[in-house]
Design a protein around this ligand. Structure first.
Ligand code: T1G
Length: 694
């Protein structure tokens, strides 16, 4: 049983004991009910303390049980809470560390609550695309008032327990030994005659509940247009305000049962677990000892190097920043300072903290100063010869056991590792620009990269708040290899009849932050041009539309040249459809003998997103990525894929691989269809009625 039961001087102590976070799975719920009943039947017991072992009071319902029979098997959490609330002997919750979701709802069913300071108190269900489904929308407003409760429920954000002192949620905030204090409190109330106070019996007082609820609705409308849960949270709280506790509880249950089935909730839960699963590397045991990273060095103080350095100083890790020329070094440090000054202006950083961070950066022109670094990351010019010079030099100066990381996004990491005598210490750390902002970090595993290097990089990635995903060595790793197929389809569609604005609008309506043409104009069309030129050399068999080359030949590299796929006014990033480009596209179609036709938005979305999923399937098959959720995390955190769709692989699962296969075969039979080489594992899974994420 995931619950322990003891008695201490006439007080029963029920301890949730279901590591890692005392998730309220079926056995835990059954244990709570059994403990309460056991205490009722023990005449020597006058009161009950309910607490959690380990690092949480409770992290809530066991999300792994969702959409399985266990989730709704009695005793459900609602039943367990009713049993607690119905106990004739007072139940005192002793809360520490974490009381979230169902964990807080359970505590709200007790008669009294004492908490240690520093505990995270939250109803984060909305972040999983659901809502508190065990009375939280009804009890929390009665415990801490309508405004505070609605803010917590709709945001899902944690509040520290001491901030809730003096509210109806906590009877005491305990600085010392929490259990002893809870036992003393229990003995005190156990001596008092019942009935003991129930949160559900309190009133929700508010001078203008209707007005406040409308105010919250207006606030949510903008940010939650693709997420149904926040709206339902408000509906459920409102139902309780208007129709009383019991009706509100019933309505909450209805809302929960409908939300938990939504694709949005599936996507958000997928992202929750995907984020955690990404840090688990199948053949690297979780207890692999990590190397100590006390000092980092970054080579190259350009945009990437500067951003990379900021990640580490933000986490309090000192960085030696190396450049080859003084003015480049000065410029790099000045840019970092300017970035921080911007953050100070926004009130998100104090001037003192800015100086502390800058003080953690040691600029240098000399490789000799890198001798004490535990991790050295190069972010120099993307050319193999330059990397060779850097890594040969690092091999000479870096201390034994230092990790040598390359930020390369397109070069072969194994070739880079071979420039050193320590390939086992070489790894890829591919940051995404701007490196101090984008959460994604592709950790590229060379064939010689040692397991403890990987374990170390995954650990330091967590410290600098990155979502690290391990990729094998291939051209473009995971993200860029897939985006190449996405861009290929986008270019073909221009040739076949679409225009840049239509393609961008269609995929942005699907939910991408930015369509391929606006993105290319922002990043610089010359970057794609250089990659294609290399591609034409290396893979002449790969058929590309030359339409983008035609654009680049006119020097239209995008925002930086005042025009690309779109026209731009000086100092304004707004993309204006370009008549000149439209004429160029139409003329190009004519030159290549392509019959222009109307292309539907649906076809645009299918060809772009299924191109991602199909390439992702090959990446899985080749073992470049170890799990489909890793690929989804790459797209959710690095490429602006809509969170509420869960990533390209989950989206393909949601559409159904049978339908994805049929669509791909349809496009493969049309002009430019040779670009569609359908992934064998996609076909196999479709035939079995399964998905990538099963
Ligand atoms: N269910 C199942 N597993 C969970 C879990 C949960 N609620 N919370 C965490 N885990 C796993 C997690 O996957 C990881 O597993 C390990 O615990 C450590 O997590 C009816 C229906 C609690 C603040 O949304 O926010 O209650 O990778 O790395 O950084 O209304 O986990 O080790 O195998 O995050 O110390 C609502 C979600 C559920 C809280 C701890 N509750 N969890 O953070 O550890 S829905 C939540 C968290 C609900 C009711 C509804 C955090 C944490 P593994 P971790 P951490």
């Amino acid at each position: 049983m995931a619950v322990d039961y003891t008695t201490r001087d006439g007080v029963a102590v029920i301890t949730l004991n279901n590591p890692p976070v005392n998730g309220l799975g079926l056995s835990t719920r059954a244990g709570i009910v059994e403990g309460i009943e056991r205490a009722q039947n023990d005449a020597s017991v006058t009161a009950i303390v309910l607490t959690g072992a380990g690092k949480a009071f409770s992290g809530g319902a066991d999300i792994t049980e969702f959409n399985t029979p266990k989730a709704t098997q009695e005793p459900t959490l609602a039943t367990a809470i009713q049993v607690v609330e119905g106990s004739t002997k007072p139940v005192v919750a002793a809360i520490h560390s974490v009381a979230m979701g169902g964990g807080l709802e359970l505590a709200l069913g007790t008669h009294y609550r004492v908490a240690a300071p520093g505990a995270q108190i939250a109803l984060p269900e909305v972040k999983l695309g659901i809502l508190p489904g065990a009375g939280g929308t009804q009890r929390l407003p009665r415990a801490i008032g309508l405004e505070a409760a609605l803010n917590m429920i709709v945001s899902g954000a944690p509040v520290m327990s001491e901030k809730l002192a003096g509210t109806g949620l906590f009877d005491e905030i305990v600085e010392g030994d929490l259990l002893e204090a809870a036992l003393a409190f229990a003995r005190k109330v156990g001596a008092q005659a019942g009935p003991h106070p129930r949160v559900r019996d309190r009133k929700i007082e508010h001078p203008n509940a209707e007005g406040f609820i409308q105010f919250v609705r207006n606030g949510v409308a903008g940010v939650a247009k693709n997420f149904p849960a926040p709206h339902k949270c408000i509906d459920a709280v409102e139902a309780g305000v208007k129709n009383g506790f019991d009706k509100g509880l019933a309505f909450e249950r209805e809302c929960f049962m409908s939300l938990v089935q939504t694709p949005e909730s599936r996507a958000l839960r997928h992202a929750f677990f995907g984020e955690r699963a990404a840090s688990k590397i199948p053949d690297v045991p979780s207890d692999t000892p990590a190397r100590e990273i006390r000092q980092v060095a970054v080579i190259g103080a350009g945009t990437m190097g500067g951003g990379i350095a900021m990640n580490f100083v933000n986490a309090g890790v000192p960085v030696t920043l190396l450049e080859t020329k003084q003015e480049a070094l000065d410029r790099g440090v000045a840019t970092i300072r300017k970035n921080y000054e911007g953050t100070v202006k926004k009130g998100k950083l104090t001037p003192e903290a800015l100086e502390q961070r800058i003080a953690l950066i040691t600029p240098t022109l000399s490789y000799e100063d890198l001798g004490n670094a535990d991790l050295i990351i190069e972010a120099v010019f993307e050319e193999l010869g330059v990397k060779e010079q850097v890594f040969k030099r690092l091999d000479e100066v870096a201390k034994k056991g230092a990790i040598l990381a390359s930020n390369t996004s397109t070069l072969d990491l194994d070739r880079i590792a071979a420039f050193t005598k320590r390939p086992q210490d070489v790894v890829g750390m591919h940051f995404f620009s701007p490196a101090n902002v984008m959460k994604l970090l592709e950790v590229v595993r060379g064939k010689e990269t040692s397991k403890d290097v990987l374990a170390t990089v995954m650990k330091i990635a967590k410290k600098i708040k990155k979502t690290a995903v391990v990729s094998g060595v291939c051209d473009g790793f995971i993200g860029n290899r897939m985006i190449e197929q996405y861009i290929r389809q986008a270019l073909f569609m221009l040739e076949e009849g679409a225009l840049p604005a239509q393609v961008d609008r269609a995929i942005e309506k699907f939910g991408f932050a930015m369509g391929p043409f606006r993105m290319s104009d922002l990043a610089g069309n010359d970057i794609g041009w250089a990659i294609r030129k290399r591609r034409y050399q290396e893979h002449p068999e790969m058929h590309y539309s030359k339409i983008a080359d035609r654009l680049c030949e006119t020097g239209r590299f995008g925002q930086k040249t005042g025009g690309g796929w779109y026209d731009y006014k000086a100092g304004d990033r707004t993309a204006h459809p370009s008549k000149l480009v439209e004429e160029m596209i139409v003329a190009f179609s004519k030159d290549v003998g392509a019959e222009r036709r109307k292309i539907s938005d649906e076809e645009i979305v299918e060809r772009l997103v299924f191109a991602l999923a199909n390439e992702g399937a090959k990446i899985l098959e080749e073992g470049i990525a170890s799990k489909a959720s890793d690929i989804d995390m790459v797209y959710l955190t690095g490429y602006g894929f809509p969170l509420w769709r869960g990533g390209p692989m989950l989206y393909a699962d949601t559409v159904g691989l049978y339908n994805v296969e049929r669509a791909i075969r349809r496009y493969a039979s049309r002009p430019n269809g040779d670009a569609w080489q359908i992934a064998p594992n996609l076909v196999e899974l479709a035939a079995k009625g399964r998905g990538f994420n099963d």
